[in-house]
Design a protein around this ligand. Structure first.
Ligand SMILES: O=C(O)C(=O)C[C@]1(C(=O)O)C=C[C@@H](O)C=C1
Length: 298
């Protein structure tokens, strides 16, 4: 029998991390290990209690989760994969509650950020930060809290038998989050053809090292899918930049990474792995395929 994989996530059952982890490891037997913070998630992986960890890194509405780059700098984990998840936020409360009765709304801070317009429109509702979306629903259910709502997925409402007072309350419909899949082992489960590399570069504050880096990547004709300035760890006075580069040719990626080394003070290769398309790209791909199909039929 195949070994059951232990996967650390931030959040509990029916959190977005839970869904992302189950989708990524859909072919495997998994045991999900819920963590109440990203720091705890890293400790769980570091101590070997988990085989892998799933960590949100960016969201279409809230941007990069910069504090997670700090954690990636502090640990020597490898990114072995990624997954995008469509995020559907809903206002959830005890059965029978009405919107005008709600006084507080709790959720993960990133989820609250995604629903800024809703919170501004209903400014009598006090936002409260919690460790995760689904956990906020559980707390209201277990405490039988009237006047309280949570922002979370439809699965969380279903799991805790709660009412959805308002569906799809995020600022934009195309709300999606990218999650990284992390391993403690350097080259664990390196898949057949990695086409993406994630790096953290340390650059001098003076001069144009970033320009030289971009130039070099351009010369190698790589697709630069992300450049993000990230917070420096205490005592570090360099410019810290996270970069994601992509190429169907793995060798080309490796050569490009090696040629960056002399241009920077330090280069940390976070991982070589396979790119995942986000829901918007998947939709565009499907509609392009449908157009080509209809042209071929006519
Ligand atoms: O609270 C959850 O359900 C989570 O999985 C956390 C989290 C995050 O960390 O960004 C995951 C995806 C969504 O963007 C909102 C919150």
């Amino acid at each position: 029998m195949a070994k059951e994989l232990k996967i650390a996530i931030q959040g509990g059952p029916a959190s977005f991390h839970d869904t992302a982890a189950r989708q990524y490891f859909a072919q495997d037997e998994v045991e999900i290990l819920p963590c109440t913070s990203f720091a705890q998630l890293c400790d769980t992986l570091q101590q070997g209690t988990a085989d892998f960890a799933v960590m949100a890194i960016e969201n279409a509405l809230a941007g990069s989760i910069l504090t997670n780059y700090n954690l990636l700098q502090q640990h020597d984990f490898s990114i072995i994969g990624e997954i995008w998840l469509a995020i559907d936020q809903n206002l959830i409360a005890l059965p029978g509650q009405q919107l005008h009765e709600i006084e507080t709304v709790s959720s993960h801070p990133v989820a609250l950020l995604q629903c800024g317009d809703f919170l501004k429109k209903h400014n009598h509702i006090l936002p409260k930060e919690a460790s995760d979306t689904a956990e906020s629903v559980r707390v209201i259910r277990e405490g039988n809290q009237t006047g309280a709502a949570a922002i979370a997925s439809k699965q969380a409402a279903l799991l805790y038998r709660m009412d959805i007072l308002q569906e799809n309350i995020a600022d934009r419909k195309d709300n999606y989050t990218r999650f990284l899949v992390l391993s403690k082992e350097p080259k664990q489960k390196i898949n057949n053809a990695p086409d993406k590399a994630s790096l953290i570069l340390q650059l001098p504050m003076l001069g144009n090292a970033l320009g030289a880096v971009v130039n070099s990547l351009h010369t190698h004709q790589l697709h630069v899918s992300q450049i993000q300035s990230i917070p420096a760890l205490p005592g570090n006075t360099n410019q810290n930049v996270a970069i994601d580069i992509e190429s169907a040719d793995t060798h080309k990626l490796q050569v490009a990474v090696n040629e960056l080394r002399p241009l920077v003070l330090d280069l940390k290769l976070l991982g070589l792995y396979q790119t995942a398309l986000n829901p918007v790209q998947l939709e565009q791909q499907a509609s392009m395929a449908a157009t080509i199909n209809s042209l071929n039929l006519n």
